[in-house]
Design a protein around this ligand. Structure first.
Ligand code: NAD
Ligand code: WQD
Length: 345
């Protein structure tokens, strides 16, 4: 019998890639998404790549009644909870929206897990919980720092909710994955990131500039204490990240956890500067990128990258793709999007 997994936010960027890998590895996938930051066409992309169409429920996870019905009807073996609001800047403007959407959706899921005895949940956390760490690379023992935004705070609070819930509820187990900077797209270019409006993140801004949607990329600061003066991040290919979820899920289902609540860093262990990302993009796309150095962006962290020893050894997961794989797949997706938009126009 196939194990049935509920993927919340399964039509979003990381969720859609994870659905593909779940189907590839023999899981049955049920998606809930309210399409607040995604398009239903992602379902076609998943089906085309994986050769199987997941069951899709379109509703808001804040709708406790609809969620209860789903749990009653679908006999679930586990949950991967991606659904959340994720724009850091917007969270400063609309904190209550972020606290409501990111905390209440998790609470609704946990209520139903207890009620219907669903035992396993993988949660999307973020390296944002570490702030600017004093020592690099960051291990799982690196202290969590006061959050710099309501968004970051929701990730910390959700981790605490999970930690406390597994203590109180005998059957509930959880793994939080702290993602570093997910980028890139599926190699088929059938699914990828769909940023709304002007992208705040580096990679979609680069590819949109490369394709002519944006005039030029602003590189935020060149006077940081790094090898070329630009900030360092641990960029991770979204397909590698997707696979970490399957490994985490199997760990829970196979009862291999060392504790009922565990958390792991999911990065490559390699830090890249903004200029290195630009160079890789220019190399893999063959496009010259129009960019200029501007002032630092407020609130930016100078450098962060993961120590992946614990996830490699204990979780048994490691990344396989390099920066060139990330920029080339992101570019391929951007080109495919332009072609799609041209045929739809
Ligand atoms: P995304 O916005 O592409 O995907 C989230 C999906 O959840 C969207 O399809 C959206 O429509 C859906 N959704 C949101 N609220 C919902 C609700 N109340 N009910 C039903 N559906 C809802 O985001 P993503 O980049 O795929 O991120 C997935 C998760 O990973 C999020 O929890 C995010 O905070 C976390 N994360 C993302 C990054 C990143 O840089 N992308 C980094 C670290 C952590
Ligand atoms: C990367 C680097 C910028 C845009 C954010 C969230 C974080 C996490 C991931 C979810 C930085 C530089 C960027 C541009 C630039 N999300 N940059 N010009 O800041 O690491 O993290 O997304 O949990 O919480 O804060 O990612 O992609 O915005 O920036 O020079 O137009 O690119 O300064 O050094 P960041 P990013």
């Amino acid at each position: 019998m196939k194990k049935k997994i509920l993927v919340t936010g399964g039509l979003g960027y990381i969720g859609s890639h994870t659905c593909v890998e779940l189907i590839n590895k023999g899981f049955e996938v049920v998606i809930v998404d309210n399409l607040s930051n995604s398009e239903a066409s992602a379902l076609d992309g998943i089906a085309k790549i994986a050769g199987e169409r997941p069951t899709f429920y379109e509703f808001d996870l804040l709708d406790a009644e609809a969620l209860d019905k789903l749990f009653k009807f679908e006999k679930l073996d586990g949950i991967i909870h991606f659904a959340a609001s994720k724009a850091v800047g917007e969270s400063v403007e609309k904190p209550r929206l972020y606290y409501r959407n990111n905390l209440q959706t998790l609470l609704n899921l946990l209520d139903n897990m207890v009620k219907y005895d669903v035992q396993n949940i993988v949660f999307s956390s973020s390296c944002t919980v570490y702030g600017q760490p004093d020592i690099l690379p960051v291990t799982e023992q690196t202290p969590v720092q006061a959050a710099l935004s309501p968004y970051g705070n929701t990730k910390q609070i959700c981790e605490e909710i999970l930690r406390d819930t597994v203590k109180a509820e005998d059957n509930v187990k959880a793994i939080a994955l702290r993602y570093f900077n997910p980028v890139g797209a599926h190699d088929s270019a059938l699914i990828g990131e769909l940023p709304l409006g002007v992208p705040q993140n580096l990679m979609p801004f680069i590819t949109q500039t490369g394709i002519g949607m944006r005039k030029e990329l602003s590189v935020f600061g060149s006077d940081y204490d790094t090898k070329d003066g630009t900030c360092i991040r641990d960029y991770i290919h979204v397909v590698d990240l997707a696979n970490a979820h399957i490994v985490a899920l199997n760990r829970m289902i196979g009862k291999k956890q060392k504790a009922k609540y565990e958390f792991f860093n999911v990065g490559t262990g390699t830090g890249s500067t903004v200029l290195e990302v630009i160079n890789s993009f220019e190399k893999t796309s063959g496009e010259k990128l129009n960019y200029k150095i501007v002032d630092r962006r407020e609130g930016d962290i100078e450098k962060i990258y993961a120590d992946t020893t614990f996830s490699n050894k204990e979780l048994g997961w490691s990344s396989e793709k390099n920066l060139d794989d990330m920029t080339s797949s992101a570019w391929k997706w951007q080109v495919a999007l332009r072609e799609k938009q041209a045929t739809e126009a």
